[in-house]
Design a protein around this ligand. Structure first.
Ligand code: SAH
Length: 410
């Protein structure tokens, strides 16, 4: 018999879940996501389901199923593995004409849940004709293609519009620290919708390599003028291209708001009345230490981490960093853009009280094939970096966490 697929609009409608174990724990979130009014009937609950009850997100009757539990219910999910208990729910659901999904025995169910993958507004649901593994295989293959943009989720590119007649949008996307797989799922999906990509120098090259030829690629690093004028030029490009109706992706290394000037670009769009949104990214300030085996916090070692820019030397008249205060912190200090000023930075930290034997790691081009790293001490690191020939982009991480994952270094 063939199936008849449906998309259920469950908002505010009661769904009964019988059982409180791992199957129920897996099913309930999607029901809540659809806005369903979820009632769980089960003598016991997993800690996760307990949390949802405590948070007031689901109702719970702490006992075994009774037919009256089906009153007012649109759909029942049976998530128990006891066949007799499950059959009891089915037997009560049938005369009430409530569709009943059965985790224990699909042949006894009146509805089957498909394998699902969600991409923005699109939900793909696959039924495998009685073979759940087949459904998962097909779902994964489609999900993969949706994620890499080879099946477009967005509306087709708008017909070339005369300037001003349609508004496109700007999306500021954090591309992650370097490994092209470290962009977020959402970032990748929206990148695949771009008509124009304005990319930073630090953006993973492989992400750009995958862009279809129709996408206009603007290399922000190649914009002439000084840094200040270049930023204005970038803002202008974002706004102007969006005003032609294009989806403009501003792709930035790491996270757009960590020393990425994403805030200025967002404001420029807002001021120009261009729709704009931000997709956070995996920042190098956390990922580069991690790539070198350094956790920025560790139980019993560091309860804080501070991320600072070292692009201006300590004491510079435009610097907003209180370096002497940082020297007094016990926690982890992560310095971005700090190689050029490294000896001035370490001198200032030492002069203001941080110990010379504080461990330091330096990680260059983290998470890429060119990654290089060294460990040293606060007193020696500036010299060691020069001797090793490390270059930007690199992250400097100062603190006892540098050795936290080395069992030999007590
Ligand atoms: N928005 C970015 C940071 C931009 S500032 C982020 O969140 O990661 C640029 C600095 O980031 C570089 O000078 C360097 O200190 C650091 N950086 C970025 N990518 C890096 C990488 N792959 N490895 C080491 N440092 C990196």
């Amino acid at each position: 018999m063939n199936l008849y697929p449906l998309g259920l609009r469950l908002a505010g409608r009661r769904v009964l879940v019988v059982g409180g174990g791992t199957v129920a724990t897996r099913r309930v979130p999607a029901l809540l996501d659809a806005g369903a009014d979820v009632l769980v009937v089960s003598p016991e609950l997993t800690p996760t389901l307990h949390g949802l009850v405590t948070a007031g997100r689901v109702d719970w009757r702490p006992r075994r199923f009774e037919p009256a539990d089906l009153d007012g219910v649109w759909l029942a999910q049976v998530a128990v593995d006891d066949a007799a208990a499950a059959a009891e729910v089915s037997a009560a659901a049938e005369p009430r004409r409530v569709f009943c999904v059965r985790a224990d025995d699909r042949t006894e169910a009146t509805a089957w849940t498909p394998a699902v993958t969600r991409h923005g507004p699109v939900t793909v649901a696959v039924l495998g004709g009685g073979d759940p593994q087949r459904a998962v295989r097909v779902r994964d293959a489609i999900g993969q293609r949706l994620a890499d943009g080879s099946i477009p989720v967005a509306d087709p590119a708008p017909a070339p519009a005369s300037a001003g007649s349609t508004t496109g949008r700007v999306v500021l996307i954090g591309a992650g620290p370097g490994d092209p797989e470290l962009i977020t799922v959402k970032g990748r999906r929206l990148l695949a919708e771009a008509d124009v990509v304005v990319a930073d120098r630090l953006v993973p090259g492989l992400l750009l390599d995958e862009l279809p030829a129709r996408v206009e690629l603007i290399d922000a690093a190649k914009i002439p003028y000084g840094p200040a004028a270049a930023q204005e030029e970038i803002n202008r490009i974002l706004v102007d291209r969006a005003r032609t109706g294009a989806t403009v992706v501003r792709l930035k290394g790491g996270d757009p708001y960590v020393f990425g000037r994403g805030g200025e670009e967002l404001l420029a769009c807002v001021e120009a009345g261009v729709p704009v949104c931000v997709v956070p990214g995996v920042t190098s300030s956390i990922a580069a230490p991690a790539a070198a085996g350094v956790p920025v916090t560790h139980r019993g070692v560091a309860h804080e981490f501070t991320v600072v820019s070292g692009h201006l030397p300590p004491g510079h008249r435009l610097s907003l960093v209180d370096w002497p205060a940082l020297a007094r912190l016990r926690g982890t200090l992560v310095v971005l853009m700090g190689l050029k000023n490294l000896s001035a930075i370490t001198d200032t930290l030492l002069t203001n009280g941080r110990s010379g034997d504080t461990p330091v790691a330096v990680v260059q081009e983290a998470t890429t094939g060119a990654e290089r790293a060294l460990t040293s001490t606060l007193a020696a690191v500036a010299g060691d970096v020069v001797a090793a020939g490390l270059r930007p982009p690199a992250v400097v991480v100062v603190g006892d966490v540098v050795h936290a994952l080395r069992p030999d270094a007590g």
